[in-house]
Design a protein around this ligand. Structure first.
Ligand code: GTP
Length: 158
């Protein structure tokens, strides 16, 4: 298995692989790289900044269900197609987080009154090479560029 190991924004060790479930069959978290009409669909977190939607898997839901729910809650996006592309594990100071990475095509953005704990959807034509602190820390380590590279290599971006 090809595995990438690096430090995140807070110097925690991260392991990343573009396989189905390289680290855990029961990941606690999900993170979804979203495309809507040839744009990137992110959410605006009030403290962390811009990030692709994601969050925790709740009891009685599958990770994929959690991914679809989080996209809806944080952006109002309705999923046309969603596929798991990888998984990463963060060795935190207190806990270890395992997160599934999905790639989703969104076919509709519904305007809502409430985007849960976020300020709702934000669309970008392109993501800059270097992400400043208007972006969330989860976007500012090797997970994002390696994921985008993987999508390009697999010709999944149109
Ligand atoms: P809430 O209950 O939502 O407040 O979450 P929490 O503060 O318990 O944090 P969570 O369980 O989401 O994550 C625990 C720790 O794992 C965080 O403090 C981060 O250090 C780390 N972490 C979570 N998600 C990511 C991620 O996508 N990337 C990186 N690098 N670290 C993450």
């Amino acid at each position: 298995m090809k595995k990438f190991t690096f430090l995140d924004y807070y110097q925690n060790e991260v392991q990343l692989a573009f396989e189905d479930n390289p680290f855990s069959n029961n990941p606690g978290h999900v993170w979804i790289v979203c495309r809507f009409r040839q744009k990137w669909l992110l959410t605006h977190h009030p403290r962390r900044g811009f990030e692709f939607p994601g969050g925790k898997v709740e009891r009685a839901e599958t990770p994929k269900e959690a991914a679809i729910r989080e996209i809806w809650e944080e952006t109002g996006g309705e999923v046309n197609h969603i596929v798991q592309i990888g998984q990463y594990m963060v060795q935190g100071k207190a806990e270890t987080v395992v997160k599934n990475i999905y790639f989703a095509d969104i076919n509709q953005l519904v305007e809502k009154d409430n985007y849960m704990e976020t300020k709702g959807p934000v669309l970008f034509n392109r993501l800059p090479e270097h992400l400043n602190d208007s972006y969330s820390f989860i976007m500012r380590d090797e997970v994002l560029p390696r994921t985008l590279q993987h999508l390009r290599t697999k010709k999944m971006l149109h």
